[in-house]
Write a protein that binds this ligand. Structure first.
Ligand code: COA
Length: 209
């Protein structure tokens, strides 16, 4: 699965992406995963699916030449967002999602969520679920936009401050109304991302968690 949504490209996370993912991870989460965890997820967990978003140079991939094609040199644009989920029976469980601090508020988190929901549906999931800190309003707002609703709580779920998690789920993602909703959200997001092509990263960054 490789998808070009200018100025981004969404594709499966590779082991070689992990250093860049870890750099985002450490700023995005107070309990960051280790690279060992990513190694396990990518190489050993057959239920796991991880994606990255790369920001393409100026919004377009530079054209390949006969030499780059001959040498099979692949252009690797920097990772600006990532996410992952597990498929368990007919449920997709989102395990992580983050965008680079410098690029927040530009649709990258939404692109990752949309890509994961679409991939989950392709893999046969009927519902998508996740845990989110009760104080993480930014992420909750993103999830609500995609039809997630709070269906339960996990008391003391986060070890750093004993914070509770909301369990949020979107049900019956294969129903026609939801497919239509996804299609409309995708069209709006693609339009937004195209307009972002010329914007530079923020000099100042802000944390949402
Ligand atoms: C949550 C996160 C992935 C959102 O990514 P992002 O790239 O900044 O978000 P986007 O620009 O794609 O925005 C998508 C939606 O998120 C919500 N959102 C984004 N920034 C927001 C803000 N400052 N305030 C409130 N809602 C916000 C909105 O619903 C937004 O939709 P809208 O643009 O139509 O209003 C990002 O903030 C992040 O990496 N946070 C740290 C890691 C984290 O908390 N992960 C979630 C764990 S459950």
């Amino acid at each position: 699965m490789i998808e070009h949504v200018p100025p981004y490209k969404v594709e499966p996370m590779q082991w070689g992406d992990v250093p860049q993912v870890m750099a985002i991870e450490r700023t995005a989460f107070t309990l960051p995963w280790s690279d060992y965890t990513y190694r396990h997820e990518l190489l050993e967990n057959r239920n796991a699916h991880y994606l990255v978003a790369r920001r393409l140079n100026g919004g377009v991939l530079s054209k390949s030449t006969w030499l780059t094609r001959l040498l099979k040199i692949e252009q690797k644009a920097p990772v600006v967002g990532y996410g992952g989920f597990w498929i368990v029976l007919d449920e997709a469980h989102i395990s992580t999602i983050a965008s680079d601090e410098q690029w927040r508020g530009r649709g990258i988190g939404e692109l990752m969520l949309l890509a994961m929901i679409e991939r989950s549906i392709e893999l046969g999931a009927g519902e998508v679920t996740l845990e989110v800190r009760v104080t993480n309003r930014v992420a909750q707002s993103l999830y609500r936009k995609y039809g997630f609703e709070v269906v339960g709580q996990r008391p003391g779920y986060y070890r750093d401050n004993n914070e509770d998690a909301d369990l949020m789920t979107v049900f019956k993602v294969d129903r026609p109304e939801y497919q239509a909703k996804l299609k409309a959200l995708r069209a709006a997001l693609e339009d937004r991302l195209r307009r972002e092509v010329t914007r530079l990263p923020s000099p100042e960054t802000s944390r949402s968690v």
